[in-house]
Design a binder for this molecule. Structure first.
Ligand code: NAP
Length: 495
């Protein structure tokens, strides 16, 4: 497939150029491809073929990106909030105008169904609209101390240069969820997107420039050696913030690296969401919610329902109807019309799903649909339903990250809560019941940062997204998002 082919124009707006990534690293407003650097191949998961290539930055380029962010920092910090707000609003408008092209690019490099990619673009763009509004609402405090001898002035300042690292499963939204609040706060950033899906990040960099983001305020680099490249950036004392979205093991390693210079960290890490359906649930609502929580992005979401617990009285009907819906999904290349479940990101991801399904079957789970990896090309795995998944199945403790609904039966509310909480993760959970008192009671007792109560989707740019336990530190979105990029400055004075 030739990605240099211009994509169709969208409603008169200039097209997103899918080959933008091939232009190079985006540092200080320049596209650079250092002569001695090799390339990283970007693979189309729907075909296994090479789509494009992007430069493979080393530590000198990482240093240059931090330098560019540092050079741009005083000017961006001094830019009036209203002006910053207008630029962020323009990013929202340009993303919205080019939504279809962006969705196609995401679908191409990530493999997700076009309908999911469209949803991602709308979600990603909203972070600019929301933070355009936040940029002009950052206010401090002024108070008289209780003893009366001191006035307390609290000012909020941009934290400094930020390193942002994002995963492949939401190539646009995971980046804008960080960039928009960072820019609203007055920070400059270096973004390192995932190697599997860098084209969206580079296409968006060109869009930010067009929206008026000054050179050096956002820098983007790709690398096949994220460990040393990130360590080099974090070693620069001007970097004061690391915001990471990705797996828990990599998050742990980055926390240790950031500790060397006592750098503030926001961590959006892995999940293992339980989805609980009580006997008194509205079954239609529960089925729709379960399909969304399980199959958005073909299960490749940190919030994906990893363990589905269904109460005995509703179990068999729920399982029959969920299996019918899963089996009816249209599997195909992400960008193809009508596709509901695209390929996984890599062959390795399919290997992992296969291993987890085989393990569960070996321990006594029963297969109701799917379960067989198709012949290539592409990295496909079919929508799969397993029931009677035992508590010791490996998938109960690991993210499946694929289209596999793992169902088990429960009897009592206490049992459901205990099983839901039996994990080191604490990102999202879902609860389905018509009894509001029970819904709130169970939601409070579940140890996660977010609960979908009779809803299969929690993500909302206006809400604080994030996890407890080993799913992360800090929150993105809502009023909390911008605070992650601000430092409180307290001035004591006697007036
Ligand atoms: P990953 O392997 O942890 O990679 C995430 C990012 O970290 C990528 O950009 C990766 O670069 C980079 N990276 C890998 N090793 C690194 C190192 N030693 N130092 C610095 N950076 C490093 O995760 P993934 O497979 O891309 O994404 C899936 C995971 O993300 C899942 O666990 C999912 O639950 C989690 N996630 C969480 C949220 C949330 O909001 N909580 C949202 C989405 C995804 P390369 O691509 O070059 O390896």
């Amino acid at each position: 497939m030739n990605v240099a082919t211009p994509s169709p124009l969208t409603a008169g707006a200039p097209a997103i150029d899918p080959a933008a990534g091939a232009r190079g690293l985006y540092i200080g407003g320049q596209w650079l491809w250092p002569a001695d650097r090799p390339a990283i191949a970007v693979i189309d998961p729907s075909t296994g073929e090479r789509l494009a290539q992007v430069p493979d930055a080393g530590t000198p380029e990482a240093a240059a990106a931090v330098e560019a962010a540092a050079t741009a920092a005083p000017g961006w910090r001094a830019t009036p909030p209203r002006r910053r707000s207008e630029i962020l609003r323009r990013c929202f408008e340009l993303m919205s105008a080019r939504a279809e092209d962006l969705a196609r690019l995401i679908s191409l490099e990530n493999g997700k169904a076009l309908r999911d990619a469209r949803g991602e673009v709308a979600y990603a763009a909203e972070f600019f609209r929301w933070n355009a509004e936040e940029a002009v609402r950052i206010s401090g405090d002024f108070a008289l101390s209780p003893a009366g001898g001191n006035h307390i002035i609290v000012d909020y300042e941009p934290v400094g240069i930020c390193v942002l690292i994002t995963p492949w499963n939401f190539p646009a939204a995971m980046a804008t969820r960080k960039i928009a609040p960072a820019l609203a706060a007055g920070c400059t950033v270096v973004l390192k997107p995932a190697s599997e899906t860098p084209l969206t990040a580079y296409a968006l960099a060109a869009l930010y420039e067009e929206a008026g983001v000054p050179p050096g305020v956002v820098n983007v680099l790709t690398t096949s050696t994220p460990g040393p490249v990130t360590a080099a950036m974090l070693a620069d004392p001007r970097v004061r913030k690391l915001s990471f979205t990705g797996s828990t093991p990599v998050g742990r390693a980055l926390l240790a690296e950031a500790a060397k210079n006592v750098i503030g960290c926001s961590m959006e890490l892995g999940g293992n969401a339980p989805l609980i359906v009580f006997d008194d649930a509205d079954i239609e609502v529960a089925l729709e919610g379960a399909m969304l929580a399980k199959m958005r992005n073909a299960g490749e979401a940190c919030t994906a329902a990893n363990r589905i617990y269904v109460q005995a009285g509703i179990h068999d009907r729920f399982v029959t109807e969920l299996t019918a819906r899963m089996a009816a999904l249209k599997v195909g290349p992400g960008p193809e019309a009508g596709t509901e479940c695209g390929p996984m990101i890599t062959a390795k991801a399919v290997d992992k799903i296969e291993r987890l399904v085989d393990d569960a079957l070996g321990r006594g789970a029963r297969l109701l649909c799917g379960g067989t990896r198709p012949e290539g090309p592409g990295f496909f795995y079919p929508p799969t339903v397993l029931v009677d998944v035992p508590g010791d199945a490996v998938m109960g403790g690991e993210e499946i990250f694929g289209p596999v609904a793992a169902i088990s039966r429960f009897e009592t509310e206490e049992e459901a809560i205990a099983r839901a909480n039996a994990t080191e993760y604490g990102l999202a959970a879902y609860v389905f019941t018509r009894d509001l008192a029970r819904g709130l009671r169970v939601s409070r007792r579940i140890e996660t940062g977010m609960v979908g109560l009779n809803r299969g989707l929690v993500s909302d740019p206006a809400a604080p997204f994030g996890g407890t336990k080993q799913s992360g530190l800090g929150r993105e979105g809502g009023a909390h998002g911008v605070l992650e990029f601000l430092e409180a400055k307290y001035i004591a004075t006697t007036l």
